[in-house]
Design a binder for this molecule. Structure first.
Ligand code: GLU
Length: 480
């Protein structure tokens, strides 16, 4: 591309980052990086009633934690600011004036009651509900008279009738729509604030946005936007509407069926790499088949192109996210894993200052973890001062004569060691085998139950090392 690529993420801050917003932010980031372009953050905060304190800071920090950064925006600054729409109100008014002067917009003065009545009658007649364009018929005198009164006033787009709006969406393909069914959209509200449509178009133009990448739910606004661009004599940026994210039952992803806030996932101990990888694959895959599942941010940046974005909805499958997170946890650098796991050891009784021990525990249990908040249930056995036998049926494995003999022999071997490690535990076990003739399941099963209270779990030598010599002997002694 000869022109510098400039894309934007334009959220209306609501206090948390929705999974769908994260996907939009990620696709924009990847697209900008892929093309060596600029990623811009613009805050669409003209709806003051929805304002949430601290929402923007939270948004920037959540995205930043995941590696999604911006080249221009409220914190970074840049040459196209301000990046808060609430600080650009004069700009919108100026362009609205221009549209009025050129005859592409007009004043309308209906009260809310009148609009409701209009809607009610249209519904009764089975018609499309939209503004019936009655304000177009007012004479200049009538308009001036109303303006001088205290009647509520808005400025509406004068949609050219009998035409066709066409555009080629980079994901959805060619779309055309008859202007007769396009509403005379409000551009400036009675409180003097712009609507989303006006502010969005004006800003995308003034911020030199080359590609608009956003969720499919905005595609119905495109005809209105194109008419505004044309009325202002501006080029229309390229557009890519990415598919909706769906629940497994194919309904639109909603809070009712699970978490939708990125913060919730981070808090539960999904690794940022796994989240980014998983989210990137919601509606995008570079392969013909889908063999490749694992992508680092660098690989995503290299591979991301819009022609590989799928057209139909992308199902959010939590089982797949768990599987992927588990794969990342299993392969993560153990030192880093210990650092990010620390908060999840709180209250488990494991000394968090003993990083070596934390690392050993994590190495033993990480294959079982789908997310880090499962750590407490898996470390219980390492912090226990006594073993609770999980099921009554397990007791017989502890009380048989063979088991007693094995426990006595193993205790003796361990007693003789200065220090218990996984390796010398294995040696001790093989000595017990040759000395007592007890081997295989008849040996491992009772020892595991005596040390952990359960039939399965992490590798025994690792458990023995983490428990340490004294506890292992104490737990075995109970049974012989
Ligand atoms: N403010 C809109 C949102 O909340 C922006 C949509 C767009 O990207 O045009 O998602």
């Amino acid at each position: 591309m000869s022109q510098e690529v400039r894309v934007r993420f334009a959220p209306s801050p609501t206090g948390f980052v929705h999974i769908g917003s994260l996907r939009t932010a990620l696709f924009n980031y990847l697209f900008a990086r892929h093309h060596g372009g600029k990623n811009i953050l613009r805050i669409e905060d003209t709806d003051q009633t929805r304002k949430v304190e601290g929402a923007v800071e939270n948004l920037i920090s959540s995205l930043g934690r995941l590696g999604i950064t911006f080249d221009e925006g409220p914190e970074t600054g840049g040459n196209h600011g301000p990046y808060y729409q609430s600080e650009r109100l004069n700009i919108y008014r100026e362009y609205c004036e221009q549209l009025l002067a050129s005859g592409h917009a007009y004043y309308a003065f209906e009260t809310q009651d009148e609009l409701d009545e209009m809607r009610r009658l249209q519904q009764l007649e089975g018609k499309q509900t939209m503004y019936d364009r009655r304000g177009r018929d007012l004479s200049d005198d009538e308009v001036n008279e109303k303006l001088a009164s205290d009647a509520p006033r808005v400025i509406r787009l004068k949609v050219p009738l009998g035409e066709e709006v066409r555009f080629n969406d980079l994901v959805k393909g060619n779309i055309k729509i008859d202007t007769d069914i396009v509403d005379d959209q409000i551009l400036l509200k009675s409180d003097g604030f712009p609507t989303y449509h006006l502010a969005n178009v004006v800003d995308d133009h003034l911020m030199n946005i080359t590609h608009i990448i956003r969720g499919e739910e905005w595609i119905t606004s495109v005809p209105k936007h194109i008419l505004i661009y044309k009325a202002l004599g501006w080029d229309v940026p390229l557009m890519a509407h990415v598919p909706l994210i769906l629940n497994p039952d194919k309904s639109k992803l909603s809070k009712r069926q699970g978490d939708v806030a990125v913060e919730d996932y981070l808090q539960k101990g999904y690794l940022k790499e796994a989240l980014v990888n998983f989210i990137a694959l919601l509606g995008w895959n570079p392969g013909e088949g889908e063999e490749k599942e694992f992508f680092s941010m660098e690989e995503l940046t290299k591979e991301f192109t819009l022609d590989k974005v799928q057209t139909s909805g992308a199902v959010f499958n939590i089982d797949k996210l768990n599987w992927m997170n588990n794969a990342y946890i299993k392969n993560y650098d153990i030192d880093k894993l210990a650092d990010i796991s620390m908060p999840f050891f709180k209250g488990t009784g494991i000394d968090m200052n003993d990083k070596d021990r934390v690392k050993k525990i994590l190495s033993a249990i990480r294959v079982y973890l789908n997310k880090l908040n499962e750590i407490p249930e898996h470390v219980e056995l390492f912090a226990a001062t006594e073993v609770t036998i999980k099921e009554e049926t397990l007791l017989e494995h502890l009380t048989s004569e063979t088991s007693k003999k094995a426990f006595a022999s193993l205790s003796e071997k361990i007693e003789a060691l200065d220090f218990l490690t996984a390796d010398n535990y294995k040696l001790a076990i093989s000595e017990v085998q040759s000395e007592t003739g007890i081997k295989g399941k008849a040996l491992f099963k009772p020892v595991r139950i005596a040390l952990t209270g359960s039939e399965n779990g992490p590798e025994l030598p690792a458990i023995a090392e983490i428990l340490g010599k004294d506890k292992v002997i104490e737990f075995l002694k109970r049974w012989h």
